[in-house]
Design a protein around this ligand. Structure first.
Ligand code: DQA
Length: 143
């Protein structure tokens, strides 16, 4: 089974971007960690990042045909994107929303998520381990 791990804007800068908030690991480190864990579960990973809303929408469309689940860190689009919510609403398998930081501890504008309207589960504040928690959930849910 194939899991899509989708990352939104500015996450390509992970490791150098506000490390006091997001830590020192790079997105490549996260990818390696997720792929290693997926291997243990016998799952395949399509790992993807874009700074463009429409590109993420189209990747979700692609997932409709290919993925058994989606892990998504929509980054800033979490708080703005009805388009990403609408795309996820066309996807029938499980969706887990991940945030590296605890968005609820931060500015009020980060407290609302359009994606949470669709997500089966939401993880925030566990750092990059949140991706592994999401994968663990999907592995068990998908059997
Ligand atoms: C984030 C939290 C968002 O509010 C922010 O815009 C991000 C990253 C996180 O992983 O903690 O870019 O999704």
């Amino acid at each position: 089974k194939l899991i899509y791990v989708l990352n939104g804007p500015n996450l390509n800068l992970l490791g150098t971007r506000q490390p006091e908030v997001y830590g020192h690991e790079t997105l490549a480190d996260v990818q390696a960690m997720v792929e290693e864990k997926a291997d243990e579960f016998g799952l395949e990973i399509e790992f993807f990042q874009s700074n463009h809303e429409g590109v993420l929408v189209e990747k979700i469309h692609e997932a409709r045909e290919k993925a058994a689940g989606i892990i998504i860190n929509p980054a800033a689009y979490t708080h703005t994107s009805v388009a990403i919510l609408d795309a996820l609403n066309t996807f029938e398998a499980p969706v887990v929303e991940v945030h590296i930081s605890n968005v609820h501890k931060r500015e009020a504008f980060r407290h609302h998520s359009y994606v949470s309207v669709r997500a089966d589960g939401v993880i925030a504040g566990l750092g990059t381990r949140g991706y592994l928690a999401a994968l663990d959930y999907l592995a068990h849910r998908l059997g």
